[in-house]
Design a protein around this ligand. Structure first.
Ligand code: ADP
Ligand code: MG
Length: 272
């Protein structure tokens, strides 16, 4: 058995619904997988447009079954496009902070077993800043905020940054502009967000680039396929591949805190 190694845990979030979190999560996962990383995607959204709907996947089991001790995490994993593996959404993910001691221990076991078979865990969060969303954010090392050029997206992203900073001291956020027309518009959007955060908060926002508005994404969604899978040469796909190159260069957690079981401990509220 290989030694436990650090796993990069990236929460894809953004406050507002419909900005493109799930599409970014899936396609970033596929792009990283194509680069040789072993990717697991955790669907932490019970909403209607979740990953199984997005990809036309039927999940027979989910995290609730693991919590109930009825199966292992590997029974729950579903194969997705491009070699990614998916943990389907379940009501279990909505009550991570309220687990019984036994469920808690079971979950840590489940994830530590998975630990040596995964390099990157991507968490696709629900919209908003509910307790459940926040528990995933505070457990993840990297927060990737997807924003688009709409006032509500910017104010929701700001509210999320403010809450994480005030309550958990998070001061590093990665910003991805989605559904913009070009590079310039992406940078402009980032500028708008930094202006409000710099004025009121002590946080560092890091711009990671943009994904253009691209009809290919909509067409792929209609076909219940990932855009990177069906339109790999589309502008949005190329942008996601460029994003994956950047993500791959982010520093890996060097402490044991980077191991998957510590993610779960923070998730369920015992870790710090
Ligand atoms: N870059 C893009 N270009 C065009 N349409 C997009 C893009 N990103 C997302 N969309 C559209 O926005 C919709 C919502 O995306 P989704 O990933 O489900 O958002 P969220 O997970 O934030 O709610 C999708 O149905 C998709 O058609
Ligand atoms: Mg979504």
């Amino acid at each position: 058995m290989s030694r436990p190694h650090p796993v990069q845990v990236i929460a894809v979030t953004g406050g507002k619904g419909g900005v493109g979190k799930s599409n970014v999560s899936v396609n970033l996962g596929i792009a990283l997988s194509q680069m040789g990383r072993r990717v697991v995607l955790l669907d932490a959204d019970l909403g209607l447009a979740n990953i199984d709907v997005l990809l036309g996947i039927t999940a027979n089991r989910n995290l609730s079954d693991v919590l109930a001790g009825e199966c292992d995490l590997r029974d729950v994993l579903v194969s997705g496009p491009g070699g990614i593996r998916i943990v389907p959404a379940s009501s279990g993910t909505q009550r991570m902070t309220q687990l019984s001691a036994m469920e808690h221990a079971g979950l840590i076991n489940a994830f530590s077993e998975l630990g040596d078979q995964v390099d990157v865990l991507i968490v696709d969060t629900a919209a908003g800043i509910s307790e459940s969303v926040v528990s995933f954010l505070r457990a993840s090392q990297e927060l990737l905020l997807v924003v688009c050029d709409e006032p509500t997206s910017i104010t929701d992203a700001y509210a999320l940054i403010k809450l994480m900073n005030r309550d958990y001291g998070t001061n590093r956020f990665r910003i991805l502009a989605n559904q913009v027309r070009n590079e310039q518009e992406g940078k402009h959007l980032f500028g708008k967000l930094t202006r409000v955060t710099e004025r009121f908060l002590d946080v560092a926002l890091q711009y990671v680039g943009m994904v253009p508005y691209d009809e290919a994404v909509r067409k792929a969604v209609q076909r219940q396929r990932a855009v990177l899978d069906v339109y790999p040469r589309a502008k949005a796909s190329l942008a996601i591949k460029a994003l994956a190159e950047k993500v791959d260069s982010w520093p890996l957690p060097s402490s044991p805190r980077g191991h998957l079981e510590f993610f779960v401990e923070r998730l369920v509220g015992t870790g710090t």
